[in-house]
Design a protein around this ligand. Structure first.
Ligand code: CP
Length: 311
């Protein structure tokens, strides 16, 4: 029986420190399995997992699917383009019909915030949020924290700067909640037009000047800038964003000696991050991807079998 306090993972905002530590500790074990020749465990034999992706994904979708397979679960992949959603079937009808085929757990990505919570109200399966609108992307933040903890052997006291679209980024939101719970010092940096009006609710240092934000940082986690935001008039041009907020070699001088560069992907090379920085020795972008699979194995393992309790 898992010791997690919830049978779903919808976000990190209200996840206690003990739960995050338990997931990160379990991830250590599964990360070690990924370095073996035979990367397969019987842990989820007999469990059926639905991967419900209503929005495009490369890393999250493939790493969840691989995590499930490594744990010997049966997996079902749902994509809207080949489903009866195209004939107008509602989300509720879709998931209830799939669950009628005996699903135990569901991993969901959707462009609308709150869909994972909605699924907890109409399904019995354990629900894992794989990114919902501008709300949260908890497994991304867990893999980011695991990657940082693996390098520094701690999270407590590290200065982590999250750069990008603070208003719309679910990755930033989940990182804020998770990192603060684990005792890191979190700074946010982005154009003032991409900061939420109530940014102070996050209780983080907030910067609109990248060079000031980076001063003394251990970790910089750089978010993809969505080009739609420019069309919506939230920043004037890609070139201006790159000049003011792009992570380049010149800006590395502000960071602490043993600094780390992170990006959740997909990257716009030459926009929010230069190729020189993305491919440098201190960048752990591909380690994040490998660690993501181990984090997802840990989350699936710790939530599986949690049926009888409430939220
Ligand atoms: N980081 C991340 O969520 O990437 P994908 O959109 O490819 O899953």
């Amino acid at each position: 029986m898992s010791g997690l306090s919830s049978r779903h993972l919808l976000g990190l905002e209200s996840v206690p420190r003990e739960d995050i530590s338990m997931i990160l500790d379990a991830t250590e074990t599964f990360r070690e399995v990924l370095d073996r020749t035979i990367k397969k465990l019987p842990t989820l034999r007999g469990i059926t997992v639905l991967n419900l992706f209503y929005e495009p994904s490369t890393r999250t979708r493939i790493s969840f699917e691989l995590a499930e397979k490594r744990l010997s679960a049966d997996t079902v992949n749902f994509t809207t383009s080949t489903s009866s959603v195209k004939k107008g079937e509602s989300l509720r009808d879709t998931v209830q019909n799939i669950e009628a085929m005996k699903i135990d757990m569901a991993v969901v990505r959707h462009s609308s915030s709150g869909v994972p919570y909605f699924l907890t109200q109409c399904m019995d399966a354990n629900i894992i949020n794989a990114g919902d609108g501008a709300h949260e992307h908890p497994t991304q933040a867990l893999l980011d924290m695991f990657t940082i903890r693996r390098k520094y052997k701690k999270l407590d006291g590290l200065r982590v700067v999250l750069v990008g679209d603070v208003m719309h980024s679910r990755v930033i939101r989940s990182n804020i909640w998770g990192l603060k719970t684990m005792g890191a010092s979190v700074a946010l940096c982005g154009p003032s037009t991409l900061l939420p009006y109530d940014v102070e609710k996050f209780d983080c240092d907030v910067y609109t000047n990248m060079d000031e934000a980076l001063e003394g940082a251990d970790v910089v986690n750089i978010m993809r800038i969505q080009l739609e935001r420019q069309q919506a008039g939230l920043f004037p041009s890609q070139r201006e964003y790159t000049n003011l907020f792009g992570m380049n070699k010149e800006r590395l001088r502000h960071l602490n000696r043993n600094y780390t560069i992170m990006h959740p992907g997909p990257m716009n090379r030459g926009v929010e991050i230069s190729s020189e920085v993305a491919d440098s020795d201190n960048a752990v972008i591909l380690d994040q991807v490998t660690n993501g699979q181990a984090v997802r194995m840990a989350v699936l393992y710790l939530l599986s079998g949690r049926k009888e309790e409430g939220q």
